[in-house]
Design a protein around this ligand. Structure first.
Ligand code: SF4
Ligand code: SF4
Length: 461
């Protein structure tokens, strides 16, 4: 197997217990039952939300576009099931908590694709522009959690050169195993997807980065790469957040760039395993992104598993598949490090970015204490920040001070909170400060706009 010498890594980070993944790692991917009712949110990507283009009582077909991208950094949304639009109403977003316009579809009897979809293409005959268009048409977004529109990542701006594509197979978030299972079960399609990305970007060199706790996946990927000299497998140290773009690029290529910059600055584009498969489905088969693999796991789940799940599936129906233990008391969308705790199972449904549903038991609230300056968080921060100072400034709502300590460079990975001796909710304080700052800025912009409008009105009289 190529590239299995010294394990590559980065500075900082943490080592969560390895057995957390064992709950679901040996569970083969199975299809979850189709939801009777799908709740399709119109904000499923970073950037502008999409705009509904269907109305109540419209009949829709699986894969039909039902909401349109409203800007360049936005993505189309498609019907995950065939059926009828029951209503367009507001539901809480599982990540932001914001009330979000949601298209509710009552499933009908058939599960046929809308016309023109699910047809094979001749990849060799496609131009880079054709590939970008197919990805855009399919509404593909980053499925590692960030949900950044993928067609944008495939469109480097003029003046920026990409020479390396990295396939992110690290899946460093504890408990989650959806990418791992796909590497074992859909290996050929993943490498075909990687070659589609390379063709689109005109890039000759690619790497697949996989953590050393997934050696069976390394073997399978390596056997499919074969003797292709342009794709190299890199086995990485098992460390969180090995799959974050900055850390992965540093580990694989040695290149560094600022936390506020994009991987493009290092000449790299990174896609994770699920996204690469969604690209493959979009380009090879003209299948929009209407489903993905979701790991349902945690010590509060009776039978953890990895399920192909339609977007908009209510969480109750996924949990009825796995069963939950009586004393389960915490539900998280995503993994324990970067996932978002949900207030209730009622009203929560999957979105494109949902790679995991984690159910915990015995989750307790705890008392946090004053910082004792032990420095553990500074050692753990993979971005070289001082989380201790950041938490103190954020707690005091001293945003100016927090900004001087590079608040905006924090990627909210949670390493600092994980190691904190005083159990300080550092990442929570940071997130709240960023949220408050965002609101402050929006208010200032609105004030400024109102002033300008008033000035123009006076001038025009
Ligand atoms: S959450 Fe932010 S401050 Fe804390 S370790 Fe991660 S990047 Fe550093
Ligand atoms: S780990 Fe906690 S107690 Fe230690 S320096 Fe950081 S914030 Fe302070």
């Amino acid at each position: 197997m190529a590239g299995t010498g010294r394990l590559k890594s980065f500075s900082g980070g943490i080592h969560p217990p390895s057995d957390w993944k064992s709950l679901a790692k040996d569970k083969e991917i199975t299809q979850a039952p189709l939801p009777e009712t799908a709740y399709v949110l119109t904000a499923q990507n970073i950037g502008a939300p999409s705009k509904p283009i269907v109305a109540k009582r419209d009949k829709v077909q699986k894969g039909q576009r039902i909401a349109e991208a409203s800007a360049f950094i936005s993505a189309h949304v498609h019907a995950p099931v065939s059926g009828e639009v029951k209503e367009i109403t507001f539901r809480p977003h599982p990540v932001t908590g914001a009330r979000t316009p949601t298209i509710t579809i009552k499933r009908g009897d058939d599960d046929e694709w809308a016309p023109g979809l699910n047809e094979p293409t001749d990849i060799d005959a496609l131009s880079p522009e054709d590939i970008r268009n197919l990805v855009k048409e399919a509404g593909v977004v980053g499925l590692g959690g960030a949900a950044f529109p993928t067609h944008v990542k495939l469109s480097p701006p003029p003046g920026k050169t990409v020479d390396t594509v990295i396939l992110n197979g690290a899946e460093c978030e504890p408990y989650l195993t959806c990418d791992y299972r796909q590497m074992l079960e859909r290996t050929q399609e993943i490498i075909d997807g990687l070659r589609i990305i390379m063709k689109c970007l005109g890039v000759k060199d690619a790497y697949v980065g996989i953590e050393a706790n997934k050696m069976d996946a390394c073997e399978k990927i390596s056997s499919v790469i074969g003797d292709d000299p342009n794709i190299k497998l890199e086995v990485l140290e098992v460390k969180y957040p090995q799959g974050a773009e900055h850390q992965l690029i540093k580990a694989v290529t040695g290149r560094e760039f600022k936390p506020t910059q994009l991987p493009l600055e290092a000449g790299c584009v990174v896609h994770n395993i699920s996204t690469t498969l969604a690209i493959y489905e979009a380009v090879k088969w003209k299948r929009p992104l209407i489903q993905r693999v979701v790991t349902v796991t945690g010590d509060g789940v009776e039978n953890p598993g990895n399920f192909v799940t339609r977007v908009g599936t209510p969480i109750e129906s996924l949990l009825s598949l796995t069963g939950i233990k009586e004393d389960a008391n915490k539900l998280i969308f995503g993994g324990p490090m970067m996932g978002i705790a949900q207030q209730s199972v009622i009203g929560a449904n999957t979105v494109k970015g949902t790679g995991g549903v984690l159910v915990m038991r015995g989750a307790e609230t705890w008392e946090s204490h004053a910082c004792i300056r032990c420095g553990k968080c500074v050692e753990a921060c993979p971005y070289g920040l001082n989380p201790s100072y950041l938490s103190i400034f954020c707690e005091a709502e001293n945003f100016q001070g927090a900004m001087e300590y590079n608040l905006m460079e924090c990627k909210e990975c949670g390493c600092c909170t994980y190691v904190c001796t005083s159990k300080r909710p550092i990442v929570h304080l940071i997130k709240m400060a960023k949220f408050d700052l965002g609101r402050q800025r929006a208010r200032e912009q609105a004030k400024q706009k109102a002033k300008e409008t008033a000035k123009q009105t006076v001038a025009s009289k």
